[in-house]
Design a protein around this ligand. Structure first.
Ligand code: BGC
Length: 349
């Protein structure tokens, strides 16, 4: 009985509390400061160097645009991300989701949860498949066109080869190279690798892949990979190393340097290309140990994701003027920039 009474009392207070809040809102609606915009931001893994730098940019952009964030790190665990999303949707009913999905290929489970809650979901950095995005008209994607970064890598490398005519060490007329890929199901892995190959062929170079390996965008995995590879192969056979991102390119360079390569002696040099333009990669381009990288514009991605979320949260129209970026079919592609020694000093970030 006592418990029942207590429960009833709590219920009455809750209802009253709600009414009071509602009345206060109604009375002062025109003069009070606007309600805070809140959104959940879900990262696949803050252990990923690029995603980590993206998260810092998103935080500062959200502060500047007065969007309050609830941040979550799934530590590369899909089930954890799903329960984070579900918890957020329960606590903050109706608020938008900004999602860097663990499931890089389709993000379907998150999409389903967002659709059920009828809230906008803005995917970024890891692009769900077109088919998945098409299933929900409040689903968006902000990222960059992976094909363009692969093509830029091909251009960086062909420029290098043209200026270093002795690149064909064994004289077989082909570029004997290693391709170090990111995560298997990531759109950037597939798009970058294919466009790189296509760009080289279009420029008239025949490729011979000595090996193709997945190192999951990770520095440590790339180091380990090269150690294993060189246990069975001669370093002198490698004419280039192409990596789907900078973390892996830096791992390759560290291991090469460990073996006396890429330290200034032109006869012991292997051109390595990356993507992202992280701080360390820019230094490597400056000191010549990396032949070039491609700027994956984290500040612009962050600005666009936050602005898009704010517009959707306020129910405003999304177009090139309101967003500051061209929009096509609920997708926004932030341009990449090619980075070599020629422009590394003047790169604006
Ligand atoms: C970046 C990688 C990163 C990946 C994470 C890519 O766009 O180039 O460095 O690991 O996104 O999803």
């Amino acid at each position: 009985m006592r418990n029942l009474y207590k429960t009833a009392l709590v219920a009455v207070v809750a209802v009253l509390g709600f009414r009071m809040a509602a009345t206060a809102d109604a009375v002062t609606a025109t003069e009070v400061t606007p309600a805070v915009n809140k959104a959940g931001v879900f990262y696949y893994s803050l252990n990923d160097l690029f995603v980590n730098s993206l998260s810092a940019q998103i935080r500062s952009e959200a502060q500047a645009q007065e969007l309050e964030l609830a941040e979550y790190d799934a530590e590369n665990d899909l089930l954890r991300q799903l329960s984070q999303v579900r918890n957020f949707l329960t606590v903050y009913r109706g608020q938008a989701l900004m999602v860097n999905p663990v499931d890089a290929q389709n993000g379907e489970a998150v999409l389903r949860a967002a659709r059920k809650a009828n809230v906008p979901v803005i995917f970024f950095n890891r692009r769900p498949s077109q088919g998945a995005l098409d299933t929900y008209n409040k689903a968006w994607y902000v990222g960059s066109n992976p094909e363009l970064s692969g093509l830029y890598q091909a251009q960086i490398l062909t420029d290098y080869l043209e200026n270093n005519i002795n690149w064909d060490k064994n004289g077989n007329g082909k570029l004997d190279y290693l391709l170090i890929k990111g995560e298997r199901n990531h759109a950037d892995t597939q798009g970058r690798s294919a466009a790189f190959r296509e760009g080289m062929r279009a420029a008239g170079y025949e490729l011979n892949a000595l090996d193709v390996a997945y190192a999951d965008f990770s520095y440590a995995r790339a180091v380990r990979y090269l150690q294993n590879y060189l246990a069975g192969h001669d370093i002198g056979e490698i004419e280039a190393v192409v990596c789907n991102n900078d973390a892996m390119a830096l791992g390759i360079i560290d291991e090469l340097q460990h073996r006396g390569y890429n330290e200034g002696d032109g006869s012991r040099y292997i051109p390595v290309v990356g993507i992202d333009a992280t701080e360390k990669a820019l230094n490597a381009v400056k000191d010549g140990s990396m032949v070039g990288t491609v700027y994956n514009n984290a500040p612009a991605v962050a600005r666009t994701v936050v602005r898009l979320t704010s517009l959707l949260t306020r129910g405003e129209e999304v177009n090139v003027k309101s967003l500051g970026m061209p929009v096509s079919g609920r997708q926004v592609m932030v341009p990449y920039v090619k980075v070599t020694l020629a422009n590394v000093g003047s790169l604006r970030r």
